[in-house]
Design a protein around this ligand. Sequence first.
Ligand SMILES: *Cc1c(COP(=O)(O)O)cnc(C)c1O
Length: 361
Amino acid sequence: MSRVHNFNAGPAALPLPVLERAQREMVEFEGSGMSLLEHSHRGKVYEAVHNQAIALLRELVGIGDEYEILFLQGGASLQFAMLAMNLLHPGKSADYLLTGVWSKKALSEAKLLGKPRVAADTAKDGVYTRVPRQDELSLDPEAAYVHMTTNNTIFGTQWHYDPEVGSVPLLADMSSDFLWKPFDIKRYGMVYAGAQKNIGPSGLAVVVMRKDLIAAGRKDIPVILRYDTHAENQSLYNTPNTFAIYMVRNVLEHVKGMGGLAAVEKTNRAKAKVLYDAIDGDADFWRCPVEKDSRSTMNVVWRLPTEELEERFVKEATKAGFVGLKGHRSAGGIRASIYNAAPEESVAALVEFMAAFRKSC
Ligand SMILES: *Cc1c(COP(=O)(O)O)cnc(C)c1O
């Protein structure tokens, strides 16, 4: 077996022990005579996995009974539309903090449903190199909610503070940094994440939402798109992505085994430091366009002196066993996604490769 150094932005690296466990359990699950993939989503065998995933998430983050945990399909993208459909009642406005491609997509969906406002936008010529400061937010106290993207996967920026939004519910797309460290769920009305960056396979969205917000959702929208439908049915209203939820359960168990979110944060900060130090340490050659206090610990982006050199870097890196380093097509440059499951050894190997590449130029 030869596994590469995987820096994919999403779907992204998964912990090897989690993959190996799935392999072991694939054909016959826990002596039940069949694969979990073949089990009914309403049977006891699957039910135990489903409930364990929820319990582990509650335990790891510290999520109280005032929040519901939902497993939904359609990824984070469906949430852009669904949260606005449920919470943006006719005539109401909502505040959007624009920090990149994903937050703009969320705003576009809300525009089809109501009158959202842009309450902050740090773009310069269409490029985002930082998140806003608290004093740059122009918030409407009457807004139905404030929407933010905690980590900007494409531009490599990340919020390093929870914005103060008064009594308006704060909704956060945490797709690319969910569970990268402990966080205070009570500051949020809702957080959601496509699973494929930090916690599992694609096609599954994890939603953590305050019960009173679920209850206040519109009732005149399709049943399948109402949060209360999924809450009342424990995310089993329709057949969920049972295998993805099983994988998330395994990732969460793995995270718990590593010492929980505090331990995960420590490793993540160490990985990011190694990479940013390498970039900053040779500023004549590498250049990170992101302002220091907005730098992402999950998606590290940087440039080389020319696009030709960037192309050559990606090409030679690929040959040397480093995958996924080409920046997003809308941002260019290089991007290394170093989510929870990216091993420290991969980051160390990348930094070594960078030094050798630099010498060869
Ligand atoms: C990847 C990503 C999305 C989109 O997720 P899908 O599961 O493909 O819908 C949304 N928001 C952020 C911040 C992302 O990184």
